[in-house]
Design a protein around this ligand. Sequence first.
Ligand SMILES: Nc1ncnc2c1ncn2[C@@H]1O[C@H](COP(=O)(O)OP(=O)(O)O)[C@@H](O)[C@H]1O
Ligand SMILES: [Mg+2]
Length: 370
Amino acid sequence: MNNLIRVSLQGDDAALRDLFERSGMVEIVDTAPEVLVWSLPHDADGLPAEMRIALADTHGPAIVALTDSHPSRWFDEALALGVDEIVYLPQEPQSLGMAAAKARAMRSRRASMAAMAPASAKGHRSAHIFTVFSTKGGSGKTVIATNLAVCFARQGKRTLLIDFDLHSGDDALVLGLSPRWTILDLVQSPGDLDGEKLAGFVTRHSSGVDLLPAPTRPDEEELVDVDRLEPLLAVARQSYDAVVIDTSSQFAPAVLLAIDHTDSLVLVGASDVPTIKSLKIALETLELLEMDVKDVRILMNRSGARVGLDDRDVERTLRREITYTLASDKAIPISVNRGQPVVIDAPKSRVAKSFYDMARSLDAVVGSLR
Ligand SMILES: Nc1ncnc2c1ncn2[C@@H]1O[C@H](COP(=O)(O)OP(=O)(O)O)[C@@H](O)[C@H]1O
Ligand SMILES: [Mg+2]
């Protein structure tokens, strides 16, 4: 995966450009930058107007100021407006690359804090976001996300399930629902999003779970403007106690956004070599992308099938403990075909009990993370 930091230099400076590029971490771009770099003399009177405008945009690129020595007049203003990094020149290429990386990470943290701020400021609820992900199709993400959502609703939580498998999500099918609206209708609706509007687009399941389903047809995926999903998550946080996000098997933009806003990430694995390999790569990718999810849990699905890998082998390979295991049970495909989550369809089954235990354990972590 190409993870070069997209840097745009304000003002043409060939030597600087060369230094950044030699870090090997940075790509100098004109469009869609992640980091904007200004070079300012230390004795400049103030910040350039364009820089002030850029600093005001919490969802915009990160801002780095380069200067030749301690700035006299603009230092306080730059800090007050939230400049992400101030770097004194000269620097080695590597240090410039690191400064860009750090600025980018700071910025994304700030944007997500800004998105959450209204919830706490107004004393509203602030949901815990759970994302269920794996890089393998058919690993059980949808089964797990839907059943966990139902368990949370049964615990009395106001629960929203969002299907971020925008290409071929089937949460509605698995819940036996025929929704009138999908996430595409919501993001395409004019005007700002608020809790009331969100409530108008979700479909209520008999368990109490509200579902925001994926688009109906695969070709509609590209019509979903990912920029509108971030406000959606912010509003969802304010309106619910628990938000469960089902995903696709790719690091698609919507999935990355979900993971970036996730409090607890449930990574689904299985005891076979290709799945473990892809799980390991997924974990490494999350690290590379500097997505420090507070709470990552590994769920081994269809465990117990004796196929050569035992849990210890898996834990050694992943260098992580397995948090949950879910047995292989035909009650699951039966429930899927009936359009009723197994925790409702076969509440006495072993797998239903596993889901309730999982939901209780996840519930316990919510308190401890706050
Ligand atoms: N523990 C399990 N035991 C038996 N079948 C399972 C189990 N977990 C998932 N399945 C089946 O595997 C299929 C794929 O699961 P699904 O949740 O749709 O995967 P994903 O969303 O990751 O693509 C479903 O038909 C489901 O019934
Ligand atoms: Mg699925």
